[in-house]
Write a new protein. Sequence first.
Length: 224
Amino acid sequence: MDLTRLYRHRFDAAERARKARLWEVLYARVFARLIHPEDTVVDLGAGFCEFINAVRARRRIAIDLNPDVRTYAQPAVEVHLAPASELGFLPSGTVDVVFSSNFLEHLPAKEDVSRTVQEAFRILRPGGVVILMGPNVRLVPGVYWDFFDHQVPLSDRSLCELLAITGFELVDVQPRFLPYTTRSALPQAPWLVVLYLALRPLTSSLLGKQFLIVARKSGGSHES
């Protein structure tokens, strides 16, 4: 599949700018508490780099197969064009946070999802955390397949099972976090996104179709 052509078709410049503003709010209001300024953070399937560009950390690493990722990453972000299941260029136990949003469902098969989670476990330090977001197939069973590149149906429950058997300790599991896509009912103006987050869990119970899972590699601490 031609990833460059697909995502250029799906998101125009205005859409990318809007998503970047949304992620600035999400980072400040949700994810900043999980990431420390001295951390090393890896973004798997970084895409347009909205998350990793918003991160405030000592070392930021974007992983993707789409060559366009180099265009969207900030200069201080390291970019590696590589499969998320093959991170041999990162030594074991050297990363504090592994993040992935709306990526795992695009992998070819569940075996690839499993290898990706295993690689995340390997590169994390003891006490490091993995943060995973994605469409919850339990809540969007039909429209899940409206995106041509959705290949692996995942729910919060199935992914939690995989994390547990890989060796992770579940820290926070939210079956309903954000709406299904950024083109859905989630308010787009930054102040409305702030309001949506402030009114959770009510707003998430009404509109949430994506899961948010935080899990920790045992053997250390990475407290917020």
